[in-house]
Ligand binder design. Structure first.
Ligand SMILES: Nc1ncnc2c1ncn2[C@@H]1O[C@H](COP(=O)(O)OP(=O)(O)O)[C@@H](O)[C@H]1O
Ligand SMILES: [Mg+2]
Length: 259
């Protein structure tokens, strides 16, 4: 079945405060969607709500991946169903090596009895690390502990390539990357483009989209997708900022005019 992911009317709150106010988005296999938007508009909240972070309470809506509502599932089930999230701020897990973490994550998605063999896993991991120009010693370091910002992002991409997900959500994967790392990470993503995989790329900067060409660009403001277009929309946001979108749509800043 061709991958299809439909987010319908998604609302989510943090500590009782509604952040997502009804997100609608459809991603098909083969498509890359980008979400851009000012700070604090709920982009990371969308990513976390989809993944099932306990702090984010989904109050309405569905997120159906190939016929199954992810929002009804436990976090590990969502991963097994094919959702992958590269977080804006990846967690450090002292005491768990990167390779142990990766192997557990792969095996958690397999049936009991069909776990990947250690040799096959190591061969795969080493191959992918080479493609991402990662130092082999990162396999044996504790997960993300002491990794630089750029090393964490590369490591997220390593996880993505090994887990072979159906829907990939990348939250600010370009933040903290120098230009060489940006190219390597982008190549890693582009190599994963396929007809049965869809991408949702959250970014502040159009720069990333010079390397990963999106099919659709969406603007998020105040917890809603307020405008959608093609790559030219990202270019215009880069050149002119967000004010023209607010003017065009009559959006008033929430923090202004309340005195
Ligand atoms: N863990 C949290 N606890 C309380 N408020 C949060 C938390 N995470 C995000 N928020 C608030 O939710 C809003 C949206 O944040 P976020 O989704 O991180 O925005 P973006 O990723 O678009 O910059 C902001 O007002 C932010 O302060
Ligand atoms: Mg964010």
């Amino acid at each position: 079945m061709a991958t299809q992911f439909v987010i319908d009317g998604l609302k989510a709150a943090i500590e009782g405060k509604e952040i997502l106010k009804g997100i609608n988005l459809e991603i098909k296999g083969g498509e890359i969607h980008a979400i851009m938007g000012p700070n604090g508009t709920g982009k990371s909240t969308l990513a976390s709500a989809l993944m099932g972070h306990p702090k984010y309470e989904v109050t309405e809506g569905t997120a159906v991946l190939n016929g199954e509502d992810l929002l009804e599932m436990a976090v590990d089930e969502r991963a097994r169903a094919g959702l992958f999230l590269a977080m804006q701020y990846p967690s450090e897990i002292p005491g768990v090596t990167n390779s142990d973490f990766l192997r557990s994550a792969i095996n958690a998605r397999r049936e009991e009895g069909s776990e990947i063999s250690l040799i096959k896993f190591i061969r795969q991991m080493e191959g992918k690390m080479k493609e991402l120009e990662m130092n082999p010693e990162f396999a044996h370091r504790y997960l993300n502990e002491g990794f630089s910002g750029g090393e964490k992002k590369r490591n997220e991409i390593l996880q993505m390539t090994l887990l072979d997900p159906k829907i990939v959500v990348l939250d600010e994967i370009d933040s903290g990357l120098d230009i060489d790392a940006l190219k390597i990470v982008s190549n890693g993503v582009n190599a994963m483009r396929s007809e049965d995989r869809g991408f949702l790329i959250i970014t502040h900067y159009q720069r990333l989209l010079n390397y990963i060409t999106p099919d659709f660009v969406h603007v998020m403001m105040q917890g809603r997708i307020v405008k959608s277009g093609g790559p030219e929309l990202a270019q215009r946001l880069e050149n002119e900022g967000y004010d023209w979108v607010k003017e065009e749509l009559g959006i008033v800043d929430e923090t202004v005019g309340q005195a």
